[in-house]
Design a protein around this ligand. Structure first.
Ligand SMILES: [Zn+2]
Ligand SMILES: [Zn+2]
Ligand SMILES: [Zn+2]
Ligand SMILES: [Zn+2]
Ligand SMILES: [Zn+2]
Ligand SMILES: [Zn+2]
Ligand SMILES: [Zn+2]
Ligand SMILES: [Zn+2]
Length: 1878
């Protein structure tokens, strides 16, 4: 029955079945079932397309499927957009409207919504996504588009049952069909490699089916709810999938089901065998330690997946993998999956097949259905562990990660849903377990600290899991759900979870350990470090910041306490595991201490926001001491790395140091570390802390009063920078307030100021450089409104400017003056510099500011400033400043600097002074005399009695016992030269080591920080724990401590010092100022002025000012200090220091000094100026440097009388260019189509941005000329045999090719830098370039080189014509010869043979070179641009090409002059023109041709000839009538073929004759623009005026021409009036005159330019309206007396050799006799329009989005695909596939191909997806930059930021200018070959 239905018509079957079904008897349903059995039978091979057709028809139940869709869509009740997209889709994100940061909108919804002024950006989706429009849990309703804002389900009617009935019956079977396919097609991938292909095949087969489902989801809510019901119903699944379906397919179904069960087996996290292994391990792990870990590595390899990993572990040598026990994990999470509905199994297969895109899209398309969304989310969570397990094993984990996140983001971004699955499905437990499971697969034994006795395990950063960031989707989901408060709360309340989490974090603690290489350079630089940094940031820090956002208020105190507790537990475990005692292992550093950082950041939050008591969260002193060690080790290592002590570890270690402080990492790494150290410093014994610091920095041995010392830990070369490092660290520690009391805005401001002080920044760089968070998610997001306000408060905007030379700058922000003045903070700068040079740069800029504002002129010191107030919880930090150890260090350093000891620096002094000053500013409150401890002080030395810096400053140290090498100068009797007289004497007899005893109790002991620290450590341990065992455990190691004392060469001696810090300071003042007694306490004279110093003035200054400031503060703090200072000064200074004269002296000295300096500066400036000028002159371009090229004006025509002398830029010799040794100009020959792109209209064409707009190329100059030449060739005599060498006396037949010019497209433009060289010198230069091994950006083989002097790109040398001065004889336009005589002379010369000295038989070097440059010119362009004639390669083509080159270069010069000559000779372009030389070369070449007199146009131009030949021979077409000919071309032909050098009178004669023709053409063109009636009227009115001077009356001529042309019925043939340029206006004499002038002007302009270059007369300048008259008289067409009259008539320039009317009649006759053959084209040919507007690029829209939206998804016309890299030609608007294989033609990609067709090798393309312009020039290309900038004046290459971009018209002008002037090669620097692949 059912089988018979199969053959029937589907639609009618469906209709009848539907009717049956709607009856209640169930027969229809049964029938339907049977039919489906056959259609969907898995065994019967019904073609899949057929199956789909059946399904569609049946669902539609008799309707057409499309109609059915429409009907169902009518019941769509969805209120959200939900559009699902895949990778690379362009979407939008609006931060203003988003609630979740993951929110995204499709372009349609975005554009239909209201987001003006919002903080939005466009982005290219990486993982795919879905539109959130309409979902108020993700975004604010105000941002919904119109479509989804008002959508409600209420007004949608209920779905009629009947409509969906069939679907309800059919869909379960369809899905079952799909699932059976999936089961059937599946094979375990590890069985053989071919299965992967099989999977793909299965998927391909199922594609139509999934597409059908996808289509169904698009039918809206009604269909989706049916699908949901089918997918989630347990009963349906049970009924259909239990394997007992009625038909005889049982066997199949069973096999099928078994496959499913097999696939299920691997779905748990632990397979059965794995489980047994781990349980064994558990037992062993309990028993003992090391051996088991080793053994684990062995047994662990029993894992099924470990085959390849085994090789991996061998590679890492002894770093064996470690497996952990599973005891902590919930077994239910690890178990095998069980499925209860279609959806579950469908997802299962989706995972198994590694997330096929189609399937993902289908599953996501269903999401708008709310109940589906919940069910799907639960299913997803259920499969979560399985998904991640599959991900780890996947071969294409990148794609899969993206697909997973594509789904999970949609599910977990919704707080309500996330909370629900957290509660109901253990989402958090699952995630943490899976994370642990994942990381356990790549653990290794830690080698930190105690390599042998280390039980700690860390992740191996070399594993693919970490290297490829495979864990990313999981971590990203975790961070996503933690952002929901309700979920985070659950996490923070669950102690089991927290414990597991800390376990997880500790896997990263101490990973990627670095060991300093001491001997040899590492063999290969491991690149694991980036994986490590990324892992800590993503897997540890991000979740931490997520959790911290929920610990912001007092009510959450408990959470913080819990986290801190577990954190400390984990830390304690860690210290135990690595077997840490009290010393870090030497030469080791790891940058990864996530546990420390968790602890630090939760503490910070607790104090800042939760009002918790710091002490209640702190561990005991011993734990604090331990916690201090590793962060401090990092700080010391940073300093070591910057001191190049780690060079043998390669560059990567620098990379680590830089990453650690880099903006994206700093607040998760260095900032917490510093903060933790600050806490330690505030709670630990200050002496212990300070000595630890100096010990870690290895500079303890340096801190001796002796002039020489031995450093056991450090080479001398590193001592200085390590000492600076230690002091810098202390300075940072004491003054950084990021976590100690600064508010969020203060931090942001400080960050911003620091970055801006280093360098001016663009907006985006700054955004990138500011760490996202002082407290991430604190509300201060970079790019927010807040950020912008802060930015405008601290910085000024510098708009983008251009530099001459074309490099483009971006908009920059620079610090305001006030910022320099008050906020520049060197400490922030040091903290945030990735590159050390940035610190220097900030200081240089600071100095620049001070100099500029006149505040200070000598080198200033870093202005360490007052700090923000310290949060009282941390005030213990200041105790550091008041400890004996620090004071001893400071005293020692002051002493050493004053004694000029080795390795001291001004920088050290600067920081020492700052620390003293900081101490003075933060005096302890109990200044009460604690100095009683005098006699029985704890230290046996006699350094200082107390700890208060104010007291210790004036304390005098008399003797110091030091240890020093035998070689030290102190050991000898002689006092060292540098010692000042009053301190130089030694105590006799005390220098010998043996004599050393404690006889003198007043002698300060050898200062040993190490000993000090040890002692303190013991004290603290004892005091704290009181546990004897602990101390005992440490004791044995103390034997090492004596090591420093045992160095045999050291001897102990006692130095007499007799100094206090104050006296040292005063001495240093003298030293810095270079004068004795420079310091004098001014209060001695002026007692009440202690407070009169200007504090502002005091901040900016050098060392002298700093010392004065400190002394002043000292005096102000205590009376005793004041007295001390006075006493010291009295001792060293004369009794009454003449302060006044002192300052006067200083002034005088200053003055002299300043004068001297000024002189030096002036000289330097002059030298600099000279060199800059030189380099400028060498690189300056034509257009930008009109005044700099005076010196280069060699090749020009300005010196007519004397022979021109050329300088050769290679050999340096000067001399004339001669036949034997010619000189040449360095030239660049390039093909150009710029002129061909000119249009008639002066309005630039707009770039089309919609399908309606189009650009037609018909109206360009290039096309117009192409049409014209084709027309001419069709009807007139074309060169078939015409032209041969003159010497062979073969005639030049007239042809079409003389009647036009070519080269509008692909002509050759010649330009020069103006430099000349001997041609033989050039040849050897090229030879040397060829042999040069250095890679050049140009190809020497193609003749390319750069000018040896100015480095400008060039490719040929144009020989200079030897001057013959007599030819440039002074010319008078009014000489005696009549026009007729001159005409005769010209004609005679034309008849002559070539008399030019260069002939084929007399080959000279010069003629050879001229030949060769012609070859270069020809090969500069493509063949198709040369061969216009019918016979390729015939001399006619050559002839045409050559005069066209002249034409092109003249016209281009005209364009460069702005299209007219009103500016006269003043234009700079002339100066470096090579036209004169070029004309000589062309003329030399063209003189080889001859035109037969019978065909010579000259004859027909000047006298009456018989109109012969026309139409006589059948086989021959007529000649081109003169009226059709292009006059400018005729001029060039005549001028260039004159057999010898042209005299000016002949030139003028030719121009006059041609003007007559031109005028006639103008009038006849005009006559075609008249209407019939007008023509008749003018014809008659002209006739009446025939009178005496009729030859010069335009009316007469007009009338005559109309009359003559009417004879050929030309006006009838053409539809006249249409061509009218002035529309319907009536023609007046004025408009006629104007029209004629406009017609003639282009000719006059090119002719004037030609005359200018041939004869060198300067062009006069004039008003625009006077141009015609001016040029006419310049050319000698007009007598000067007439030109002033502005009412003058163009006909006045006519000068007819014979009766005008007769000549005109003859010309008209030429046309009329031949007109019949081409009546269609007469008008086109006769009506010429020589006017073209200036070439310009397409006009671009203001907003880039307009272009992007239209073109980024536009299909290419050639391949009709949407290109991956679309590009747009900015010259013609052609849309091309950049780099696309699709449009490749013979190895040329479309872009390159277009550049050849459109620009003869030059192309300007806008890359749509990048907003960047590339230039193609021949075989090279370069990135030009962008003409679109954002509101901050910045480019956005590749649209990474996605902010709105606006056209920068200045930049676009520059681009256009470079195109028109052909200067791309010169201005743009970075060219590369494109290998035709663009
Ligand atoms: Zn919308
Ligand atoms: Zn949308
Ligand atoms: Zn918005
Ligand atoms: Zn030379
Ligand atoms: Zn040059
Ligand atoms: Zn183009
Ligand atoms: Zn294409
Ligand atoms: Zn293509």
């Amino acid at each position: 029955m059912a089988a018979s239905l199969l053959g029937r018509d589907k639609r009618s079957t469906a209709a009848s079945l539907k009717a049956e079904c709607s009856r209640q008897d169930g027969r229809g349903v049964q029938l339907l079932g049977e039919l489906l059995d056959s259609v969907l039978s898995p065994e019967r091979a019904v073609a899949e397309a057929e199956v789909i057709e059946w399904c569609k028809s049946l669902m539609a139940g008799g309707e057409s499927f499309d109609d059915f869709c429409k009907m169902v869509r009518g019941y769509d009740n969805a209120t959200l957009c939900g559009l699902v997209w895949t990778a690379n889709f362009v979407a939008y994100r609006c931060r203003t409207c988003g609630i979740s940061p993951c929110m995204s909108l499709c372009a349609e919804c975005f554009n239909a919504g209201e987001h003006t002024g919002h903080d939005f950006n466009m982005f290219r989706s990486q993982a795919g996504g879905a539109c959130d429009c309409g979902d108020s849990s993700v975004m604010r309703e105000s941002g919904f588009c119109k479509r989804h804002r008002f959508a409600t389900s209420s007004n949608i009617p209920c779905v009629p049952n009947e409509l969906m009935m069939m679907s309800e019956h059919i869909l379960p079977r369809v899905i079952l069909h799909l699932i059976q396919h999936l089961r059937d097609g599946y094979n375990e991938p590890d069985s053989d490699p071919a299965t992967e292909r099989d999977l793909q095949k299965t998927l391909q087969q199922m594609e139509p089916l999934i597409s059908l489902l996808e289509d169904l989801t698009k039918m809206g809510g009604a269909m989706r709810s049916i699908l949901t019901r089918v997918l989630t119903n347990h009963q349906i699944y049970k009924d259909l999938c239990s394997g007992d379906l009625c038909t005889g397919e049982k066997a199949y179904t069973k096999k099928n089901y078994e496959k499913y069960l097999t696939a299920l087996k691997g779905s748990g996290l632990v397979s059965s065998e794995e489980r047994s292994v781990t349980s064994v391990l558990d037992q062993m792990a309990g028993a003992s330690n090391v051996t088991i870990l080793g053994a684990t590595a062995g047994t662990g390899q029993m894992d099924s997946s470990d085959e390849e990993e085994q090789d991996g572990s061998q590679g890492v040598g002894k770093r064996k993998r470690v497996k952990l026990s599973n005891s902590t994990k919930d077994s239910s999470i690890m178990d095998i999956l069980k499925h209860k509905c279609f959806l579950e199994e469908l997802l299962f297969w989706t995972v198994k097949y590694e997330f096929p895109q189609k399937m993902v899209t289908f599953l996501l398309n269903m999401l708008p259905d709310q109940s589906y969304k919940i069910a799907f989310t639960k299913t997803f969570v259920q499969h979560y562990a399985f998904i991640m397990k599959t991900l780890i094993k996947s071969h294409e984990s990148d794609t899969m990660s993206n697909r997973i996140v594509h789904i999970s983001v949609q599910l977990f971004s919704n707080e309500e849903l996330a909370r629900q699955v957290t509660e109901e499905c253990q989402l958090l437990e699952i995630m943490v377990t899976v994370l642990l499971y994942m990381m356990e697969s790549c653990l290794i034994k830690s080698e930190l600290q105690d390599e042998e006795n280390n039980f700690h395990v860390v992740v191996n950063c070399g594993e693919p899991l970490l290297k490829n960031n495979t864990y990313w989707p999981l971590v990203s989901d975790f961070i996503n759900i933690l952002s929901h408060q309700s979920v985070a709360k659950r996490f923070l309340e669950d102690q089991g979870l927290l414990q597991m989490w800390m376990n997880f974090v500790s896997f990263f603690q101490g990973m990627n350990l670095n060991k300093r290489e001491l001997n040899e350079h590492v063999e290969f630089e491991s690149q694991t470090y980036y994986a490590a940094f990324a892992a800590e940031l993503e897997a540890c820090a991000q979740p931490m910041w997520g959790l911290l956002t929920h610990c912001k208020i007092r009510e959450t105190q408990e959470y913080t306490r819990t986290v801190v507790r577990y954190c400390l537990d984990a830390l304690q475990d860690w210290f135990d595991a690595i077997n840490f005692v009290d010393e870090p292992a030497p030469n080791q550093v790891t940058f990864h201490l996530p546990l420390h950082r968790y602890y630090a950041m939760f503490l910070s939050k607790a104090i800042r926001c939760q009002q918790l008591d710091l002490d209640s969260l702190l561990p005991d002193q011993e734990m604090l001491m331990k916690m201090m060690v590793h962060p401090l080790q990092i700080q010391a290592s940073l300093s070591e790395i910057h001191s190049n002590m780690w060079v043998r570890n390669g560059l990567q270690i620098k990379g680590q140091a830089m990453t650690y402080v880099q903006s994206h990492f700093c607040n998760s790494m260095i900032d917490p570390d510093i903060f933790l150290l600050q806490i330690c410093a505030s709670r630990l014994d200050p002496d212990y802390f300070v000595s630890s610091v100096f010990e870690r920095f290895k500079v303890v041995d340096l801190l001796t009063m002796a002039s020489q010392h031995q450093n056991a830990a450090l080479d001398t070369e590193h001592e200085r920078s390590m000492l600076e490092g230690a002091l810098t660290f202390l300075v940072i520690l004491l003054s950084l307030r990021i976590h100690l009391g600064m508010t969020d805005d203060e931090i942001l401001r400080a960050e911003m100021v620091a970055q801006l002080c280093m360098s001016d920044r663009t907006h985006s760089t700054l955004l990138d450089l500011i760490p996202e968070n002082p407290n991430p998610k604190s509300g201060i997001i970079p790019g927010s409104y807040y950020f912008e306000t802060m930015l405008s408060a601290v910085a000024d905007f510098k708009a983008p400017v251009f530099e001459p030379g074309g490099s483009m700058q971006q908009g920059m922000y620079t610090p305001k003056a006030d910022v320099w003045n008050q906020e520049f903070d060197p400490i922030m700068v040091i903290l945030r510099t990735v590159y050390r040079r940035d610190v220097q740069s900030a200081m240089d800029r600071y100095m620049g500011f001070l100099k500029q504002t006149g505040k200070f002129t000598s080198t200033p010191w870093p202005p360490y400033r007052e700090r923000a107030p310290l949060n009282p919880s941390y005030k213990g930090l200041m105790r550091i400043l008041h400890c004996k150890t620090l004071h001893i260090v400071l005293f020692t350093l002051l002493y050493k600097i004053s004694m000029d000891h080795q390795n001291m620096s001004e920088h050290v002094l600067c920081m020492v002074l700052y620390l003293i000053e900081l101490g003075l500013d933060n005096l302890p409150e109990e200044t009460a005399e604690e100095e009683e401890m005098f006699g029985e002080e704890r230290c046996s030395d006699s350094w200082f009695h107390g700890t208060n810096i104010a007291t210790n400053l004036h304390h005098i140290i008399n003797y110091v016992r030091v240890r020093l090498p035998e070689t030290a100068p102190e050991v000898t009797r002689e006092p060292p030269a540098s010692t000042s007289s009053d301190t130089s004497s030694f105590i006799q007899g005390s220098r010998r080591a043996t004599a050393l005893t404690r006889e003198n109790s007043n002698t300060a002991q050898v200062f040993s920080l190490v000993a000090e620290r040890r002692k303190k450590f013991q004290e603290i341990i004892n005091r704290n724990s009181g546990s004897a065992i602990q101390t005992a455990a440490v004791r044995p190691k103390t034997s090492k401590w004596t090591a420093p004392n045992s160095t045999p060469q050291l001897t102990t001696t006692i130095l007499e010092i007799r100094e206090s810090m104050l006296s040292l300071l005063i001495k240093l003042h003298h030293k810095l100022s270079g004068k004795q007694n420079s310091y004098y306490p001014f209060w001695l004279e002026d007692s009440e002025s202690t407070s009169t110093l200007d504090p502002m003035q005091q901040i900016h200054g050098d060392g002298i000012i700093a010392i004065e400031r400190i002394l002043l503060k000292t005096a102000a703090r205590s009376r005793q200090n004041k007295c001390s200072i006075e006493e010291i000064c009295r001792k060293v200074a004369p009794p009454v220091p003449p302060k006044k004269s002192n300052s006067a002296d200083k002034k005088a000295l200053d003055k002299e000094e300043r004068r001297q300096k000024a002189r030096e500066r002036q000289q330097k400036l002059l030298a600099e100026f000279a060199s800059r000028q030189k380099s400028f002159m060498e690189t300056a371009m034509d257009l930008e440097s009109p005044d700099s090229d005076v010196a280069m004006d060699v090749g020009s025509t300005e010196q007519p009388d004397s022979e021109t002398v050329y300088d050769c830029v290679i050999c340096g010799q000067s001399g004339p260019s001669t036949e034997e040794r010619p000189t040449g100009l360095v030239v660049l020959l390039q093909a150009s189509s710029v002129l061909g792109h000119r249009r008639r209209s002066t309005e630039p064409k707009k770039l089309p941005t919609s399908d309606e707009e189009q650009i037609y190329p018909e109206d360009t100059c290039g096309t117009a000329h192409d049409v014209r030449i084709t027309d001419l060739q069709q009807y007139f005599k074309d060169a078939g045999f015409g032209l041969k060498w003159a010497l062979m006396k073969i005639k030049f037949q007239s042809s079409c090719l003389q009647s036009v010019s070519i080269g509008w497209e692909g002509g050759v433009y010649v330009q020069t830098c103006g430099h000349t060289l001997h041609i033989d010198c050039h040849k050897s230069y090229m030879e040397s370039l060829r042999n040069d091994q250095v890679l050049q950006s140009f190809s020497v083989d193609k003749g390319e080189f750069t000018c040896p002097l100015c480095r400008q790109f060039a490719n040929s040398v144009l020989p200079c014509h030897p001057e013959k001065s007599e030819e440039k004889s002074i010319w008078s336009p009014y000489n005696s010869k009549s026009l007729l005589t001159l005409i005769k002379e010209v004609e005679e010369q034309q008849e002559q043979l070539g008399m030019f000295p260069v002939s084929i038989c007399s080959i000279t070097n010069l003629s050879k070179e001229m030949e060769s440059v012609m070859k270069d010119i020809r090969s500069a362009t493509q063949k198709k641009y040369i061969d216009y004639g019918k016979t390729p390669g015939s001399p006619d083509n050559d002839f045409l090409f050559m005069y066209s080159v002249a034409r092109l270069n003249l016209e281009l010069e005209l364009v460069h002059r702005g299209g007219n000559l009103c500016l006269g000779g003043a234009s700079a372009t002339t100066k470096r023109s090579c036209l004169n030389q070029l004309l000589h070369v062309l003329a030399m070449h063209m003189r080889l041709f001859r035109i037969d007199s019978a065909y010579n146009p000259w004859t027909r131009l000047t006298r009456l000839t018989q109109v012969m030949d026309y139409g006589i021979c059948d086989d021959e077409k007529p000649e081109v009538p003169l009226l059709y000919r292009d006059v400018s071309s005729l001029l060039l032909i005549l001028v260039l073929t004159m057999p010898q050098e042209l005299h000016k009178e002949h030139f003028t004669c030719i121009v006059k004759v041609l003007y007559n023709l031109l005028y006639t053409q103008a009038v006849s063109t005009l006559s075609f623009q008249f209407s019939e009636e007008e023509r008749a009227a003018w014809k008659n009115s002209g006739k009446l005026k025939t009178m005496c001077n009729s030859d010069k009356s335009w009316e007469v001529l007009l009338s005559h021409i109309i009359c003559e042309l009417s004879k050929g019925r030309l006006y009838n043939a053409s539809n006249t009036g249409q061509v009218s340029m002035l529309g319907t206006n009536v023609w007046s004499p004025q408009s006629i005159e104007y029209s004629i002038q406009q017609f003639c002007l282009p000719f006059l302009r090119t002719t004037s330019l030609l005359q200018h270059h041939l004869f060198g007369n300067d062009l006069p300048s004039c008003q625009r309206t006077e141009e015609f008259g001016m040029l006419a008289s310049y050319l000698g067409l007009l007598l000067p007396c007439l030109q002033s009259n502005d009412e003058f008539c163009s006909s006045a320039c006519l000068d007819w050799p014979i009766a005008a009317l007769d000549l005109i009649s003859q010309w008209c006759l030429e046309v009329t006799t031949s007109a019949e053959s081409h009546s269609e084209q007469v008008t086109n040919l006769l009506v010429q329009d020589p006017q073209w507007s200036l070439p310009c690029l397409l006009q671009l829209p203001e907003n880039y989005n307009t272009i992007f939206q239209y073109y980024h998804r536009k299909a290419c016309v050639h391949c009709s695909k949407v290109p991956k890299d679309p590009a747009l030609c900015l010259v013609c608007g052609t849309f091309v596939c950049l780099k696309g294989q699709c449009c490749k033609q013979q190895s040329y990609c479309e872009c390159v191909l277009h550049s050849q067709n459109c620009g003869a090798g030059t192309g300007i393309f806008l890359l749509i997806n990048a907003s960047v312009i590339i230039i193609i020039r021949g075989h090279r290309f370069c990135l030009w930059g962008s003409v679109y900038l954002d509101t901050h004046g910045e480019e956005d290459r590749d649209l990474r930021r996605g902010k709105p971009l606006y056209l920068c018209s200045e930049r676009y002008k520059v681009l256009e200018q470079q195109w028109v002037t052909h200067t791309f090669d010169h201005i743009n620097k970075r060219w590369g070959p494109h290998y035709n692949g663009l």
